[in-house]
Design a protein around this ligand. Structure first.
Ligand code: CUA
Length: 319
């Protein structure tokens, strides 16, 4: 049904949908009774020639019914909402992971927990923009704040919405029952880019989450490494860029394959897999020895070894 609160994919969203449907059902019943009684009376007691309207003053039974029944309904709604709000607002018990979330004009930034799992080589903690990766089936606490103006965090399938306010920390928890991708959106008008302030939450099978975290940390370390930047520079200013395209860079060669997502490919040139440091290095050093007749020349002895190394390291960041 898409990204809306009546398609709940986690306990918090289920709680909200549950209250919603009960209120909705009661509202429909009340509407049917009121409109039914009105229609019935309008037809049965309408003005007709020769008919004198019956005169009466008050009915204790009716007045009691329409006072007591709505009162009981409102009291039950209050009790139900109170009960569910306690569950929805409980951001502290059984929390598996706490993520810091900062809203800014116009994107979301996530900082993973300050734990060895998410520690980078430079001592900082793993961060991500736009997308938050979580383990499925676990309660994730979000500590929200904002850099500039008030934003509002809302992923309808997973939970309620919460304002992100500059200078304050507000808390919200979310949980996805099943692995999958859940979309959200800033819900407080915050300027020109408000509509593009999107949120993607990817829930992984719990058994695979550690692997995801390890890869993400490794990827961030690679990107931070000065050698990666050197490799990028060597690629863009050296012979590579003459034949290959890497979108988002100045490399726009058309002779060889597009390398924009080389690190996500199942193999190198269809012959060498997986795509890793060892195989890519082999390939760059001497492609013709692996795929005879290929246009790509050998670079062993043409480029210094450490340059090849650095280029390969940069290529591995191109996911
Ligand atoms: Cu941020 Cu709207």
């Amino acid at each position: 049904m898409g990204s809306w609160p009546l398609d709940p994919r986690g306990p918090q969203a289920e709680s909200i949908a549950f209250v919603y449907w009960i209120l909705f059902a009661c509202a429909v019943v009340v509407l049917a009774i009121v409109v039914g009684a009105l229609t019935y009376s309008g037809i049965k007691f309408r003005d007709r020639p020769g008919r004198v309207a019956q005169q009466f003053h008050g009915s204790n039974t009716l007045e009691l019914v329409w006072t007591v029944v709505p009162t009981l309904m409102v009291i039950s709604f209050t009790a139900l909402s109170w009960n569910r709000l306690n569950f929805i607002n409980d951001v502290n018990s059984n929390v598996a992971m706490t993520v810091k979330v900062e809203g800014r004009q116009w994107s979301w930034n996530f900082t993973y927990p300050d734990s060895p799992t998410f520690k980078l080589q430079d001592g900082t903690t793993l961060q991500a923009g736009e997308q938050l990766d979580i383990p499925a089936g676990q309660k994730i606490k979000l500590e929200l704040t904002a850099k500039d103006v008030i934003h509002s965090f809302w992923v309808p399938n997973l939970g309620g919405k919460k304002d992100a306010v500059p200078g304050h920390v507000t808390s919200l928890w979310i949980q996805a029952d099943q692995p999958g991708t859940y979309k959200g959106q800033c819900f407080e008008y915050c300027g020109d880019g408000h509509a593009d302030m999107l949120i993607t939450i990817v829930a992984h099978a719990p058994a695979e989450y550690a692997t995801w975290a390890k890869d993400a940390v490794h990827q961030a370390d690679l990107l931070n490494d000065p050698k990666t930047a050197a490799g990028r520079n060597a690629f863009l200013t050296g012979p590579c860029a003459g034949c290959h395209t890497v979108k988002g860079t100045t490399a726009a060669g058309k002779v060889g394959p597009d390398l924009t997502h080389i690190a996500s490919k199942p193999n190198i040139a269809g012959v060498l897999s997986p795509v890793n440091q060892e195989n890519l290095t082999k390939w760059v050093r001497n492609a013709p020895s692996i795929k005879p007749g290929i246009v790509m020349p050998k670079f062993e002895g043409v480029l210094p070894d450490d340059q090849i190394d650095a280029i390969v390291q940069w290529l591995l960041t191109l996911k």
